[in-house]
Design a protein around this ligand. Sequence first.
Ligand code: GUN
Length: 307
Amino acid sequence: MADIIDGRAIARQLDEKTKAQVDELLAAGHPAPGLAVILVGEDGASQVYVRRKIKACEKVGINSIEHRLPADTSQEHLLALIDTLNKDKRVHGILCQVPLPPHIDTRLVLRSISPAKDVDGFHPVNVGRLTTGVGGIVPCTPLGVMLLIESVLPDLKGKDVVVIGKSNIVGKPVANLLLDAEATVTVTHIYTENLPDLCRKADVVVAAAGAPELVKGWWVKPGAVLIDVGITRVMGEDGKEKLLGDIAFDEVQHARAVTPVPGGVGPMTISCLLLNTVQAAKNLLEPEAPRGDDYADAPDRSMYSAS
Ligand code: GUN
């Protein structure tokens, strides 16, 4: 029987540590870390995600500041808001929920967030830091994926890892983090040939394709560790909606461990956002700390350790 990697429990442990860091800041006379969350438009899924993020902030003592803007908000107005938040000393992290309405240039907006406050880790400066292995803010889902893998496989040196999906938000940053951990990484995508064969050789599979139950049982090596980033809403035979991951969960009992959907990667993404917000607040307190506006070496990522 494969172990189930309980993302909710690991996320809870991480939240406790994050809360302890917030308490330390408060005890030292600093204000609570502040996270500005911007939501433009009425996208249903985005509304759910933003609600969860704001609720999670409350649990650890982060002060969340919500900015809900109508779908027809101009790009100029959004950029002006971000400019104000970049300068606001009470705001340590800024998150602009994507997708944005089509008339807004998402890349331009994400680049306009100060790298020091970019708790999503989407700014090119933070992407550059990640790819060169010099710290900076690590995107939340990839960081969560790493912590889940390391909860069962603390040493990834020389392990064969297959990443399915090459998105900027998950596939590419996960691959970089795995390389930093000295795994041998194969990043695959829609044009990859022999994906099942590649997976069958892998010690770890990270599935982030957004294709429900893509990874079949016979693709999986006995004893492999499986991380499922996919989450797709489908209609079940009973007429009820259900959520499916990218891994055929019922077929992989010969794996060593697998993350469930829901309850695996999802809760970790939110906990890593909280961690990033507190880290950003701490960095902003220290005049010498790298703010992302320069390329000085950042501290290593030991602060992200789950244990
Ligand atoms: N939309 C879906 N996931 C995310 C995320 O992690 N950050 C932001 N900003 N938008 C998202």
